[in-house]
Design a protein around this ligand. Structure first.
Ligand code: TXA
Ligand code: MG
Length: 349
């Protein structure tokens, strides 16, 4: 398949005919990758069974892993969910449009192909103007997982989407780098109180301010594998670079020499070191990549691009600093530890 490329940018938006063509592809059951404020999404008509099947095929994704429906306006919600709990209203008022996905009971309009066989459906209203315009023009809820091959880090630039999906989908919208860099916070509203199934930019504390008590899914607990996460996607090893990665947990004063010692055991071109802008110069052996700045809080932003860069460099082993205690650290550490397959080295205090 020949993948068509079109552009969106914050100043000019889309060319009118490009937008129309992209929406036309979605309406006729095709696939379009597009930027959102979190990561790039791989969109298809969420109400067409065949579009959902094509999404799973293009990503190589297990079909029991449900998709998120993206809407551009609150009124589009009523047709796809059964009922809207009061706490959902409060959360939507506070955080939509934005990086928050809510789980509702699904209506009959949503096919089981989209929800991976579940009676619930995940819905998000993205804040990215290019995503909003596309969804509005398509006039259908757009099912969109992250636009990566299943198991690889989510795409934060159009170039990442091209790496994984060129030739497999109808269109890729090039819209520059995304703003946030990790996927939306998922909150389940089908139980008695809201539960976070995937941590993200909207933290538990932020959600609790408008929805009262908000719990974390016990299945997210880092080292407890006896409880399965409720979001099917969270059980897969995911976000992963090809090399084996270990995260060094401790104060940075101890972490730097420990990583230097570990790295020295390998030939320099085989080793990757995941650092921050503030510490990148502390390492001298191996390929050093900074995810972002601890001080400016931009680690979430560059994390996935850094993981992909290690794949390009072809390193065999990665030593990573820990980013716990930084801004949005819950979401960042969730992704980082999954990428590391939960290999973690605790340094003595
Ligand atoms: O920021 C995001 O959410 C991005 C952009 C493109 O919007 N999308 C995204 O989609 O991350 P995806 O498919 O990569 O991740 C969706 C996650 C998976 O872990 C899936 O298991 C979970 O949402 N999920 C979807 N529907 C669900 C449901 N009904 N119940 C529980 N978990 C669900
Ligand atoms: Mg994903």
């Amino acid at each position: 398949m020949n993948t068509e490329y079109i552009h969106w940018n914050p100043e000019q938006g889309y060319r009118r005919e490009d937008l129309r063509r992209a929406a036309g592809i979605l309406r006729s059951g095709g696939l379009v990758a597009f930027p959102t404020e979190t990561v790039y999404g791989l969109g298809g008509d969420g109400l067409q069974k065949n579009a959902a099947r094509k999404i799973y095929e293009a990503k190589g994704r297990p079909s029991d892993n449900p998709l998120i429906l993206h809407i551009s306006c609150r009124s589009e919600l009523d047709a796809i969910v059964k009922n809207i709990p009061a706490k959902a209203e409060a959360l939507m008022n506070a955080f939509w449009p934005g990086p928050m996905t809510l789980i509702f009971e699904k209506s009959g309009a949503v096919p089981y192909e989209t929800t991976g066989g579940l009676d619930t459906v995940a819905v998000r209203m993205p804040a990215h103007p290019g995503a909003q315009e596309l969804i509005a023009e398509a006039r259908v809820p757009v099912a969109a997982p992250s636009a990566n091959t299943s198991g690889r880090p989510s795409p934060t630039m159009a170039e990442h989407v091209r790496e994984d999906l060129d030739g497999k989908i109808d269109m890729i919208i090039e819209g520059g780098s995304v703003g946030i860099g990790i996927e939306s916070t998922i909150i389940d509203l089908t139980g008695t109180s809201p539960v976070i199934l995937r941590p993200g930019y909207i933290t538990r504390e932020m959600a609790a301010q408008v929805a009262g008590s908000v719990k974390m899914d016990p299945g997210l607990a880092e080292r407890d594998h006896s409880v399965r996460p409720k979001a099917p996607g969270m059980k897969y090893r995911h976000y992963a670079p090809r090399a084996a990665m270990t995260v060094y947990e401790g104060s940075i004063i101890d972490v730097v020499p420990a990583i230097n010692a570990g790295a020295a055991a390998y030939p320099a071109d085989r080793v990757g070191i995941l650092a921050s802008d503030e510490t990148r110069h502390c390492y001298r052996h191996g390929h050093v990549v900074a995810a972002g700045s601890r001080e400016k809080g931009t680690v979430a932003n560059g994390l996935y691009a850094a993981l992909r860069q290690f794949d390009r460099l072809g390193v065999e082993v990665i030593f990573s600093e820990s980013f716990s205690g930084e801004e949005k650290s819950e979401a960042v550490m969730n992704r980082l530890l999954k990428a590391a397959g939960h290999r973690i080295e605790f340094l003595p205090k």
